[in-house]
Design a binder for this molecule. Sequence first.
Ligand code: 13P
Ligand code: SF4
Length: 336
Amino acid sequence: MTQTETLAPAAAAACAVPAAPADVASLAEEIRELKRDRNAVILAHNYQRPEVQDVADVIGDSLALARFAARTDADVIVFCGVHFMAETAAVLAPEKTVLLPDLEAGCSLADSITAEQLRAWKAEHPDAVVVAYVNTTAEVKAETDYCCTSSNAVQVVQAIPADQEILFLPDMFLGSYVQRVTGRTNMHIWMGECHVHAAIRPGHVSDVLDQHPRAELLVHPECGCSTPAMYLSAAGELPAGRTRFLSTGGMLEYARRAEGDEFVVATETGILYQMEKQNPGKRFIPANPDAICPFMKKITLNKVRDALRDNRHVITVPEEIAERARLSIERMIAIG
Ligand code: 13P
Ligand code: SF4
């Protein structure tokens, strides 16, 4: 079976391998050799292209990859993900060389707030504690008290005293999800969004569920459908007990453990590759097959090889910013 045959058609088209299959094998071999020579480790986010996931030492969600970067004894970390993830690794492992194979691998969500905007927001709420999703620049993290990811956002907010005002940023869908789960009324939410997840609308989910009435529903809390999905699930209008709100790592773990064999997946479609690979007898249907992150797909095998061979795109964070950002990231790593 080829790599693309395991993907849903739209995801396969978007992840089209830029090199022919024979080249994929020889590039993968070249990468393995370079990795050994440089004592390097390759980390890949769950949304990466299939062939990039296949050369990775670790594949995971934002929290798992940050935790791994903090403890690896490799000299070089090749981060197959987006810029803020490589920055987070550089903050946690300043003595390592962190490489991002393509500098254009950005993030629309991280771009939705600047450090200057955050400083102005803090000035309006001088007593508030700042909780920032990890999808932010290091400069924003330096202005932050606690970082969180989708897998521990609820626990991070619950760890803050109930009477403490909170500024939550930058994702409004994750923010309203956390607000609803925790019942917090003293939480202000920044109106940012990820354009990929925001485009997964409630209509997509209900259409796909109509076609697959037995399926379980896995929703990433960054999705545009997440808040309506919570209300509908609480009202019993979505499959009772069969709707889960999970990070990408949480979705993979749930899919492995679940007894059901059909899942509608509301997140970026790159995750379907690992889901199908890890669960041969189960079926995974994207809620919106067009939910493809153009930034994540910037990373190709050629660029991974070039990064390792030519030490290309070293990510560094000025120590003055890293020092302030580290505290909030370390709090995130410790919780959940
Ligand atoms: P997680 O993998 O942490 O769930 O994050 C999803 C995401 O959109 C990363 O950019
Ligand atoms: Fe950013 Fe969205 Fe892409 Fe994740 S999927 S990297 S949040 S633009």
